[in-house]
Design a protein. Structure first.
Lengths: 359, 131
């Protein structure tokens, strides 16, 4: 299979990025030091090429009822134009096909942004569910997506593009606005403030260079993973997948279950009695936690789903699926290379907006 | 790629240096630190442990991955580098200064043979370059 490249690939090569295969895409993992890039986002401003993710435009008179059936979260929560919602896309068994962001523009026009590795599967699923709804789905591979993140991200973006300030200054978190042929969204996957900007592919390299000149650090997907883990955000395929219920993946807050609305997977979710939960772990000793390490608790065993070394806490941290009875504050044991190491159960997030929230 | 001509190398990316006192210092190569990325944690063998050449004896962990370290020669662990344990990022800045542990060979002739069987700089450059 040939490896896919984004419109920014040549920019990454020019910057000396270390490139790796990420879900079939040749993507930068770092440009020198993953930890320095991590700190740049927590303390100043960094940018990520996330053009491997797929934007899908949904239009048609039945767009709203279609999404109310398709998604586990309820798009009628979105009232202001440009508002965004995080939701799971579930199968009939209540397993997670993908997690996504949906942007609302008008009742007949939305944009959905899905993960790279699941994009084709999602699109096929969504197409198959259009029967009976007057809607049209349009894949937007003509766009590049750049995430500018960090406490100074918005200021530096406006410094690079003063004319875009008017369109984006009033945006509240989880809101987007069109600025000519760009879509500027105050969203992200790092736990910091910032924008995700969708631009026509042909403009991407110019925007990247302009932001770089404005002092925004190029950041690879390596630190995107440690940033999202510190922020307590799930990664699809690791923390949940089609075999895992959102109720056992820390995603109950994204499920709109309390009204009459029916949606795909709802009946299965209502019938479930979750026996597991997704929690945070802080390693009490020096070391690094890794996905798939076994966790022993007094109430049964579990497993780390995402683990790493937190550059902000300077400590091993993880998300782990543990028996539901385990409470925050308890100490559990993680099996690292055959030896048990104590870790404290904490409620994620670990870090938000530059501040450490656990100890 | 930085591969000093004065050292010997294992295919598994350790370097070994025969010191004047007959002990052998061991670390990981510049190529290895580059591939691992930011190193954040070391697990080193305890002093007094006796290792055979090729034995798995330490772990170097970067943010990205954990990598097993193998003893390039046989011997008893006589020292571990606490400065590198406390600041593992020094391996990224100079992989040949930040040694991990030192071995004292039991048998000088065996040690010479084991060192001779390792790769020289030119051979290691080829191995690392072909990855």
């Amino acid at each position: 299979m040939t490896i896919l490249t984004t419109p920014l690939h040549a920019s990454h090569v020019r910057l000396g990025a270390k490139l790796v295969d990420f879900a079939g895409w040749d993507m930068p993992i770092h440009y020198g030091s993953q930890i320095e890039e991590h700190h740049a986002v927590r303390r100043d401003a960094g940018m990520f090429d996330v053009s491997h993710m797929l934007g899908i435009d949904l239009s048609g008179p039945a767009a709203t009822p279609y999404l109310r059936n398709l998604l586990a979260n309820d798009v009628t929560k979105l009232v202001l134009p440009g508002r965004a919602l995080y939701s799971c896309l579930l199968n009939e068994q209540g397993g997670v096909i993908d997690d996504l962001i949906v942007y609302y523009f008008t009742p007949g026009h939305y944009r959905i942004v899905v993960n790279a590795g699941t994009a084709e599967k999602d699109l096929a699923w969504m197409e198959a569910r259009t029967a009976g709804y007057d809607v049209r789905l349009t894949s937007r591979r003509d766009l590049a997506l750049i995430a500018v993140q960090g406490p100074n991200a918005r200021t530096k973006f406006w410094h690079a593009y003063p004319a875009s300030r008017a369109a984006s200054e009033a945006l509240i978190p989880f809101q987007a606005a069109f600025d000519g042929d760009w879509l500027i969204a105050r969203t992200g996957y790092t736990g910091e403030d910032g924008f995700e900007i969708a631009v026509p592919a042909a403009q991407a390299a110019g925007v990247w260079a302009q932001l770089h000149s404005a002092g925004v650090a190029p950041c690879g997907l390596g630190c995107r993973d440690t940033l999202r883990l510190e922020a307590g955000m799930n990664l699809y395929g690791q923390d949940m997948d089609e075999t895992v219920s959102p109720l056992e993946a820390g995603l109950a807050w994204t499920l709109a279950l309390k009204d009459e609305r029916d949606f795909i997977g709802k009946a299965a979710l209502l019938a479930q009695q979750p026996t597991r939960q997704l929690t945070g772990l802080l390693l009490k000793e020096r070391g690094v936690l890794r996905a798939h390490q076994a966790v022993r608790t007094a109430r049964g065993n579990g497993e780390i789903t995402s683990g790493s070394f937190s550059p902000t806490l300077q400590q091993g941290i993880a998300l782990a699926r543990l028996p539901a009875a385990v409470a925050a504050g308890e100490t559990v044991d993680v099996d690292i290379r055959g030896k048990l190491h104590p870790a404290k159960v904490v409620k994620p997030p670990f870090v938000r907006n530059g501040k450490i929230l656990v100890s | 790629m930085n591969v000093p001509a004065t050292l010997k190398y294992a295919k598994s990316h350790e370097w070994a240096r025969l010191e004047a006192d007959g002990t052998v210092s061991i670390g990981i190569t510049d190529h290895a630190q580059e591939a691992l990325g930011d190193i954040v944690f070391l697990e080193l063998p305890e002093a007094g442990r006796t290792l055979k050449a090729g034995e798995e004896c330490a772990v170097v962990e970067s943010v990205k991955a954990a990598s097993d370290i193998y003893a390039p020669v046989s011997g008893t662990v006589i020292a571990t580098n606490q400065a590198a344990v406390d600041a593992p990022e020094t391996i990224n800045s100079d992989a040949y200064a930040a040694w991990l542990f030192k071995l004292k060979p039991k048998d000088g002739a065996l040690c010479s043979a084991e060192l001779a069987a390792l790769l020289d700089a030119a051979a290691y450059t080829q191995v690392a370059g072909s990855e």
